[in-house]
Design a protein. Structure first.
Length: 298
């Protein structure tokens, strides 16, 4: 017994020293800067002058009284909702289709996953060209087939810009979520599907009452990732619209970038970052609680 206890103590020490370098780096590069950011959010720090002063809750009061912040909050929530729903619906549809395909399955998976490997900057440049009002391929094709009346300014019109950005983001990421759904579908017992078919359940009933509950874990993961990524959309907006036209596509994370680095108001920008962190934390907690309650344990 004493030998076992001695080995456990030795294992604990070994484990501690093994994780110590990573832990020190994590604390130094993540935890300490995060706590410092909270402290700076109560100051008028401009990012350069070390002689900043404490301003209390002035930054937070300005945030919640700002029309620009409310517009950015609405844009962020709108993009998060449409992107999360679009990505998960398309990814699940692709996963269900590929799970039944017999020929060229690996090739099709690679094709659908390829956009994931493209950076957000590159995908933004690709679609800003395709959405161009004058020579973009979308409007050109509409004109060529006699549907020129449906050609619109996809990223220059405030009424269309958020949907265009959302489409670009969904196109880029849907392959990633598809892979997670495919992994979940592999864990669905085939016996359950066959038994349901023998009992007379049609395809929709099998999907709704068997497949969907059994892949609820994959749904939770994908919606959580979609929520977090949606609330911090930046790359495509920076490339495609720079927050425009006007402020119509400005999100919270892009507003933080503009104010902190463009206007030199690091204290106010840090306060915005704290608000964004709390928003992500609260929404993610609510979503995880709702989705996890629907999971089925095998």
């Amino acid at each position: 017994m004493e030998i076992i206890r001695s080995r456990l103590r030795k294992f604990d020490k070994t484990t501690f020293f093994f994780i110590l370098p990573a832990f020190v780096l994590y604390v130094g590069l993540i935890i300490v800067p995060s706590l410092s950011s909270v402290q700076l959010s109560f100051t008028n720090f401009d990012g350069i002058n070390p002689n900043y002063r404490f301003v209390g809750f002035d930054n937070y009061i300005e945030i919640f009284s700002s029309r620009r912040f409310r517009a950015a909050l609405w844009n962020t929530l709108y993009l998060t909702v449409i992107v999360s729903i679009a990505q998960n619906v398309l990814a699940l549809a692709l996963a269900l289709t590929l799970d039944r395909v017999r020929w060229f399955k690996k090739t099709l998976r690679a094709i659908f996953y390829t956009p994931v490997l493209i950076s957000g900057i590159v995908s933004g440049f690709i679609w800003i060209t395709m959405f161009n009002w004058n020579f973009g391929i979308i409007n050109t094709m509409l004109n060529n087939i006699g549907l020129g009346a449906y050609a619109v300014d996809w990223i220059g019109d405030p009424n269309n810009v958020l949907n265009s950005i959302g489409f670009t983001i969904a196109w880029k990421n849907v392959g990633f979520y598809m892979v997670i759904y495919l992994a979940g579908l592999q864990g669905v017992p085939k016996d359950c599907i066959e038994s349901a078919s023998i009992d007379g359940a049609n395809a929709w009933q099998r999907f709704r009452h068997i497949i969907l509950p059994l892949i609820a874990g994959s749904i939770t993961i994908n919606f959580t990732l979609s929520l977090i990524n949606g609330l911090r959309i930046f790359d495509q907006i920076a490339v495609m619209t720079n927050g425009g036209p006007g402020f119509s596509s400005e999100t919270i994370i892009f507003l933080i970038y503009r104010i902190a680095f463009g206007e030199g108001r690091q204290g106010f920008g840090t306060a915005l970052a704290v608000v964004l962190f709390l928003l992500i934390f609260i929404l993610n907690a609510i979503q995880s609680r709702v989705l996890r309650s629907r999971e089925v344990q095998l």
